[in-house]
Design a binder for this molecule. Structure first.
Ligand code: C6P
Length: 414
């Protein structure tokens, strides 16, 4: 039963919602119901204020000048690195590299991994990868003569275990997503990593969709690289992060040259900066990183375990509600315990963009399209899906608004 108006068992949602100014706005005269969190999340005032505070009170470049503003900015920037390290369970701040987004983070990881490979070495990815964890492997493989293999996804939306094991034989690298941005599938990153390591492969995990929603510990997972974006976890756009094991980062070449990644330059030789700055060329997104720190503070205060529980409850309720519609096809695991609160669906023969447009008229924001996952769309044999994705500020009223708007779609186009 849909529980509009009922309270979450895990989170104080009215209190959380009060922190997000944007949730007060109206769209087409209706209350905004924001269900596009897999694309990007809204920002609490604590994050917005931290950015305003930096620009208003201590704006300066970092790691360079000795004046007070520069020292304050450097301290705040590096404090975020410490927070990120703790948030994902890394061993040291040297292993936390800031990038522009998860995409760049995954490209840094691919650059590190492939620098140690030889032509005809095997790299393995899966059919459920976002383009950001697929295209660089494909392109580098073409350029360097690596052999790229793609592990199948089952009809239940899971990585096919036997195909994975078969493809891992002789593989030098495995890159896979922790949580699918389309299917919602949460992969058992720890056991997949163990299998890949047993086969002798280096492991890159795309944590863009998992890190905001479930507790992550890179040390427990045991992976070699782990990438994510601030903007999907209440932080600003323009900031991402890649965790890499210290030894691997030390031995890998830089990704971008110039600025902060340099220790010494001579006419014939250049010495790289220490970790993690060796991978942070040019002036970083200082305000963004400081805002990311405030986002982590916010999430830690709420508690990722509580976020996970709440999303599990609301995902199970949403699956129940959507399944009541005739002609509704939902992708990904049927068991809510196997997935996060990202629900991709098609509604009869109605085009996903038409569904999203009518929902928008009702104030409900979802995404439609291929979700930058065209290999998976090909597998699902659809050009596009609609996708509703939930976060810590979504309540049962939001779910009711979604189902009400879907009834409207049926009325208008069904
Ligand atoms: N997915 C979505 O609507 P960036 O854009 O670099 O911050 O994140 C890239 C990325 C990498 N991996 C996964 C699994 C992702 O979902 C994303 C971003 C958004 O699904 C925008 S395309």
């Amino acid at each position: 039963m849909l529980k509009a108006g009922s309270t979450s068992q895990s989170l104080n949602i009215p209190k959380i919602r009060a922190d997000f100014p944007i949730l007060k706005r109206q769209v087409h005269g209706k209350r905004l119901v924001y269900l596009d969190n897999a694309a990007t999340t809204q920002k609490p005032k604590q994050v917005i204020d931290s950015i305003t505070d930096y620009y208003s009170n201590y704006n300066a470049n970092i790691h360079r000048s000795v004046h007070t503003l520069a020292e304050e900015a450097t301290e705040a920037f590096e404090a975020t690195r410490q927070k990120v390290k703790q948030f994902v369970g890394a061993g040291s701040v040297e292993e936390i590299v800031f990038t522009r987004n998860a995409t760049e983070a995954l490209n840094v990881a691919a650059n590190c991994v492939t620098s140690g490979l030889r032509p005809s070495d095997k790299i393995v990815v899966t059919e459920m990868e976002h383009h950001s964890n697929f295209v660089q492997w494909q392109q580098i493989s073409k350029r360097m003569g690596f052999n790229l293999e793609i592990v199948s996804v089952t009809d239940e939306g899971e990585i096919d275990g036997s195909d994975l094991e078969a493809k891992l034989v002789g593989a030098k690298a495995l890159a896979f997503t922790h949580m699918s941005n389309v299917l919602g599938t949460i992969n058992d990153a720890k056991s997949i990593t163990r299998k890949a390591h047993d086969a002798g492969a280096v492991v890159v995990v795309d944590g863009a969709q998992s890190t905001p929603h479930i507790p992550v510990n890179v040390n427990e997972i045991g992976c070699d690289y782990f990438a994510f974006s601030a903007h999907k976890m209440l932080g600003p756009t323009g900031v991402g992060c890649v965790y890499g094991k210290r030894e691997l980062l030390l031995n890998a070449p830089p990704f971008v040259y110039g600025g902060d990644m340099i220790k010494e330059v001579h006419r014939q030789e250049t010495k790289w900066n220490d970790l993690p700055w060796k991978f942070e060329a040019g002036t970083s997104n200082i305000a963004g990183v400081i805002g990311f720190g405030a986002a982590i503070d916010y999430l830690e205060k709420v508690g990722l375990e509580n976020v996970e529980k709440h999303e599990h409850e609301i995902c199970a309720a949403a699956l129940d509600e959507l399944n009541k519609f005739d002609g509704m096809e939902i992708y990904g695991p049927r068991d809510p315990a196997r997935r996060g609160a990202v629900i991709a669906f098609n509604f009869g023969k109605i085009h996903a963009h038409d569904v999203a447009s009518i929902l928008d008229q009702e104030g409900v924001a979802i995404r439609s399209g291929h979700h930058c996952s065209q290999i998976l769309m090909e597998k699902l044999e659809v050009p596009a899906t609609s996708r509703a994705s939930f976060y810590l500020y979504n309540d049962y009223d939001d779910l009711e608004a979604l189902t009400r708007a879907l009834h409207k779609v049926k009325e208008v186009l069904g």
